[in-house]
Write a protein that binds this ligand. Structure first.
Ligand code: HEC
Length: 122
């Protein structure tokens, strides 16, 4: 009897540890996923998209050397985690008419991992 209680408790602990590991955002995975974004978001002057270095906490359309669309200029957002989450999941729903040619990322875990990577991208 005692033994089975210990076994059940042990299994619960393992399950909790496992769930925590799965739930934590994975920067390395985010970096790998970010390669898609990096097709457009680089530091190069001819890049299709604005630099995302330090984007977390930055105001939307804040870079002087990038020509943003009018919808993006008018969006008036701060790129905190909530706004980034919504934008990465569905760019057109979050900022209607913006001209980022990207359909969005549906897996919530992938979105968290990309945000974790954006936080360290400085
Ligand atoms: C095919 C090119 C392309 C890809 C791929 C792309 N973007 Fe963009 N992104 C853009 C463009 C262009 C803009 C500017 C949109 C505007 O001005 O309307 C933009 C704007 C943004 C902004 C707002 C930046 C600011 O300074 O306000 C964020 C945040 C962003 N993208 C994140 C991402 C993330 C994260 C990914 C990958 C999951 C991604 N983008 C993939 C082209 C792209």
């Amino acid at each position: 009897m005692q033994q089975s209680v210990v076994a059940v408790a042990g299994a619960l602990v393992l399950l909790t540890l496992f769930t925590a590991a799965v739930a934590a955002a994975d920067v390395e995975h985010g970096k790998a996923l970010y390669q898609t974004c990096a097709a457009c978001h680089t530091e190069r002057p001819d890049a299709l998209g604005p630099s995302l270095k330090g984007v977390v906490g930055r105001k939307s359309a804040a870079l002087d050397d990038f020509r943003y669309s009018n919808p993006m200029r008018r969006a008036n957002l701060v790129w905190d985690e909530d706004n980034l989450r919504a934008y990465i999941q569905d760019p057109q729903a979050k900022v209607k008419g913006n001209r980022m040619p990207y359909g969005g990322l549906s897996d919530p875990k992938d979105v968290e991992d990309i945000i974790a990577y954006l936080k360290v991208l400085k």
